[in-house]
Design a protein around this ligand. Sequence first.
Ligand code: MV4
Length: 649
Amino acid sequence: MINTLLIANRGEIACRIMRTARELGMTTVAVHSDIDHQAQHVLQADLAIGLGGAKPADSYLLMDRILAAAHASGAQAIHPGYGFLSENADFARACEAHGLIFVGPPASAIDAMGSKSAAKSLMEQANVPLVPGYHGEAQDLQAFLDAAAAIGYPVLLKATAGGGGKGMKIVESAAAMAEAFASAQREAQSAFGDARMLVEKYLLQPRHVEVQVFCDQQGNGIYLHERDCSIQRRHQKVVEEAPAPGLPPELRRAMGAAAVKAAQAIGYVGAGTVEFLLDARGEFFFMEMNTRLQVEHPVTEAITGQDLVAWQLRIAQGEQLPLTQQQVPLRGHAIEVRLYAEDTDNDFLPASGTLKLYREPAGGAGRRVDSGVVEGDVVSPFYDPMIAKLIAWGETREEARLSLLNMLRETVVAGVQTNLSFLSRILAHPAFARAEVDTGFIPRHAEQLLPAAEPLDDRFWHTAAKAWLLARPVRSAATAATAGPWAELNSWRAGLPARSRVHLRCADLDRSFAAVDVSGCSYDPATRTLLLTDGQQRCRYPLLVGGQVLYLQWANTWQRIEPFDPIAEVEHSQQHAGGLQAPMNGSVVRVMVEPGQQVEAGAVLLVLEAMKMEHSIRAAEAGRVKAVFCSEGELIADGTLLVEMEDAP
Ligand code: MV4
């Protein structure tokens, strides 16, 4: 019996495992690195033990410390989650040696899948379909040339020790083999310390379809259907769904049976995933087996109504599988997206920083969010940049897709760059809606999925100005009492009717507004909705207030809008031969200086109005006004000389 469970992981998966462990009446023990001491998985656990360090090698990968933590806390079992030690056969063995239950397969099963070529030999013996190819001992060029000639080009060279697409090389012809082979060997040697290769027929744009299997200690094995994880970027999954769209039931049964056969061939116990490549003709081939609970397990939970972590824990305690194959439900459709902290405009570089604003979508039927962070947490560069998983279930794929799109629209992250709008574009893409998914999806549609940022037009700026006037953060009563109206950034003037002047900054652009008409418009903080009326049109915009900043949802992206004080800022106006010229056609709203006047750098000399917005013309440097060539109310053309300056005496 497991009374106390240690979770040797962090983030969303640690929180996910603890949720079920608690439901099963277990005491939960978290381990954590120094920088994670306030993380959600630590706060949610009954007990938390520090491992030290920040880097995984100094914390979550330290087997001895984790085993010591298990003993200190009285845990009988360790759940490794995914990543870190989850597929480390030595750790599984060490747990056993310490009398602890490793919630996962036997070490021998992890080992069996560790080498690609060994795994292929085992699968071959078990009659699991393999991509035609060669995975033998001989590693000379001739053996590979012969194998490639037999299966036909193009072929794919893969590192025996590799995984996740590392060390793969496509070879188009015999002429290209020698060079590609040598280069792939060098890469594999430096990446894995093992130069051994195998070669396979190269399948064109296959689908990645993986089968969830479960085996108990009594030798029973079943499958919980499949997931399509074809939408990947550089071998990183982005969207996963279950079941695989368009899979005929007999193919589902064939793949499921092959997956169970694969698991039983290696004496598997617990949750495992058998990955297949599925080609356009409906032929499937074994790729590899993941001997852990996967990130995307929630879509399987959604269509089967089962708790896979509960299954893992029950099986680890010696219980039999709770269902027979025939009893495994398959209802509706589920889609998951992975919200990553990454810079989609900069080659998807992992991003880090503080989650200044972090709002998850509302809960609801068929909606699920798995995360391990809250607003204010830091996304650190030391760990995987996944922030959360958003999962939607529906009776149909289209229902799930639309529901997930809505969830994405409700999600707000500020302070750290994310792939949020990239995810929305994938889900909204007509090819995704038509379920045209294969491993070439992202490269094929890259142009539409990563469009240049839309320029912010006048309509945006006017909406932003109204949003600011209606929803701007109220200053605290104390500040208001001492500073009075003088501290306001609008141009409140004593004895005059309220006339709002607004200076806003967004995406490194500044705009000022002389007068903003907000009649018929409103902001409801409870629903975070800005309602604008413009003639017959009524528009709603999601709007959030955080500190002194507004977040306005515009064209599916959250725009961060800040006020700025134009007087406090020095900007370099267009200065030419000692004179200041009008930057655009417009009219002179105000002349702030007279000839002979001494001004500081940045001082406002004139205010122009153009396209319904005010623009301050400032002195680039300190100096004296020599002449003013315009007067208030005057219409001026782009390039007109307005003010002449001279150096201060
Ligand atoms: C392949 C393949 C085509 N033909 N093998 C990529 C990761 C590694 N686990 C296996 N991978 C592939 N193996 C043959 N014989 C295409 C891929 C592949 C891929 C597979 C799954 C998901 C996304 C992918 C993206 C590019 C290539």
